[in-house]
Design a protein around this ligand. Structure first.
Ligand code: BES
Ligand code: MN
Ligand code: ZN
Length: 503
């Protein structure tokens, strides 16, 4: 499926279906929708006057053109209230329109750029959002389907009439397509069954991506991980027959920069809980427990494509968490790469363990900022549901940047307080720290452990257990693994400016 930009008259595109739109409450359509209405003998205004179409957000209606224009069908999509329109809504309506057109069996569709006219959005931003929504909304995971799902779009063309605006629209469409595909790449990785994507395969996928996008990639195996003293990762992987990997993706800009952002993602390719075995229902989707790592790899894909002026490093500790004969045990004490010891209270709190070693590894880059992303706790699902990642931090300025980036990308974050009191809960009697802190504030005590390994650098932890896997079907987030975070992390990088305050 191709997403294209074209300049010209929207009615003259050689498409079998054209998509036009309407804000809620508009009775006399103008612009492109007005032109369609005139070509169709006021059919649209009649439908609106009769109350058949109100323009509510994501409302759809289609009609046949009977030869009045080149396309066989017109699909009308509601944009909601004009003063509530946003980039997020632009993504949604583009997705809804594309999915509806696909269900109708259309092959080639042409669409106006939602919100670029009276919607008031910048044309490049509107076009980027439309392309993102299209690519993300049409996502399907078909690797294991013998019969392809039949109906498939061949192309979606966004048409801009105004020659002066067209270059911005063309740029937006091509950027949005790359961005959407990167998130779909994350979804593919997170959806792949655990046995088909062990740590070595995740590393292989990262390395193949790195070659394609011009990044440097180093993969450490168990011996090299041991040589780095990352004993905690080795401890977590001991119960598994699959050897662990430590993935390092390195982007260094052509012009040297003193700014380095390190992205760290949890790469547990399957989480059984280890000896603290999870019950069946809780284990069912633990193939996506590497979603944070996949999100980091997806963000690095965008870094490779857009080549920003700052250095960016992606780190993914990849391991299975299995209850094999050699598995690490509750009560064991593991020593992390920085020498700190961790008492294992529960082998199911493994994400924070592999991240601890990765955060130690991050220090060698003298990072300006560290952002880690992980499906870390079930507690964050209870706290925030499926609509926001939990954000915990030691640095308000960095947190503000991540929050602002999320407003741009439609990936919400919500801060949970990492007060010093929570650090009390992870104190151990016999080691420097223990890996659980009881049920109270379960997401925050996870962050409290991580904080011990960030060495006072500006740091944000994103707990994405709630936003990653979802059984809801949203316009551009079909049910399954959402691919959350790749766009968000890249947006932070893209908007990066020197001079994050200390503390
Ligand atoms: N991978 C899980 C967290 C998770 C839960 C992700 C549900 C996605 C959906 C994590 O490794 C885990 O098991 N966390 C434990 C921590 C506890 C033992 C302190 C949890 O949340 O129960
Ligand atoms: Mn676990
Ligand atoms: Zn886990």
């Amino acid at each position: 499926m191709n997403v294209l930009a074209a300049q010209g008259n929207f009615l003259e595109q050689g498409a079998d279906l054209i998509v036009t739109n309407l804000f809620e409450g508009v009775t006399q359509p103008g612009g492109a929708t007005g032109a369609v209405d005139r070509a169709l003998n006021s059919q649209l205004s009649d439908l609106i006057a009769a109350g058949d179409f109100e323009g509510k957000l994501n409302e759809t209606l289609y009609l046949y053109t009977h030869g009045a224009i080149a396309a066989r069908r017109v699909l009308l999509i509601g944009l909601g209230k004009q003063d509530e329109f946003s980039l997020e809504r632009a993504r949604q309506v583009a997705a809804k329109a594309a999915r509806t057109a696909r269900d109708l069996g259309a092959k080639q569709i042409a669409s106006i750029v939602h919100g670029a006219g009276i919607g008031g959005l910048d044309p490049a931003d509107a076009a980027r959002a439309a392309a993102e929504g299209t690519v993300l909304g049409l996502y399907r995971y078909q690797r294991y389907k013998s019969d392809e799902n039949g109906k498939d779009l061949e192309s979606v063309t966004f048409v801009e009439a105004d020659a002066a605006k067209f270059p911005a629209v063309a740029t937006g469409v091509s950027e949005g397509t790359v961005i959407g595909k990167s998130q779909n790449f994350v979804r593919d990785l997170a959806t792949t069954p655990g046995s088909d994507l062990p740590p070595a395969a995740l590393a292989e996928a990262a390395s193949t991506m790195a070659q394609e996008f011009g990044l440097h990639c180093t993969i450490l195996g168990p011996e090299e991980i041991a040589a780095e003293n990352m004993n905690v990762i080795l401890g977590v992987s001991r119960g598994s027959a699959q050897p662990c990997r430590f993935i390092v993706l390195d982007y260094t800009p052509a012009e040297t920069s003193d700014q380095t952002i390190v992205l760290v993602g949890k790469g547990i390719t399957f989480d059984t809980g280890g000896l603290n075995l999870k019950p069946g229902d809780s284990m069912r989707h633990m193939e996506s427990d590497m979603a944070g790592g996949a999100g980091v790899i997806g963000a690095m894909r965008l870094v490779g494509h857009f080549k920003p002026p700052v250095r960016v490093i992606g780190l993914v500790p990849a391991s299975e968490n299995m209850p094999g004969a050699n598995a690490f045990k509750p009560g064991d004490i593991l020593r992390a790469a920085n020498g700190k010891t961790i008492e294992i209270d529960n082998t199911d709190a493994e994400g924070r363990l592999v991240l601890a070693d990765a955060l130690c590894y991050a220090q060698r880059y003298n990072p300006s900022a560290i952002i880690d992303m992980a499906t870390l706790t079930g507690a964050v699902i209870i706290a925030l549901g499926q609509h926001a990642a939990g954000l915990m931090t030691n640095h308000a300025g960095l947190a503000a940047r991540v929050t602002a980036a999320g407003e741009q990308t439609g990936e919400r974050v919500w801060e949970l307080p990492l007060w010093p009191e929570f650090e009390e809960q992870v104190k151990s009697d016999i080691a420097d720290v223990k890996n659980t802190g009881g049920r109270a504030g379960g997401s925050i005590t996870g962050a409290a452990l991580l904080k011990k390994f960030v060495d006072e650098k500006p740091w944000v932890h994103l707990d994405i257990a709630g936003v990653d896997y979802t059984d809801m079907d949203r316009p551009y987030i079909p049910k399954g693994s959402s691919g959350y975070g790749a766009r968000l992390l890249f947006q932070v990088v893209r908007d990066w400016e020197d001079g994050l305050d200390s503390a």
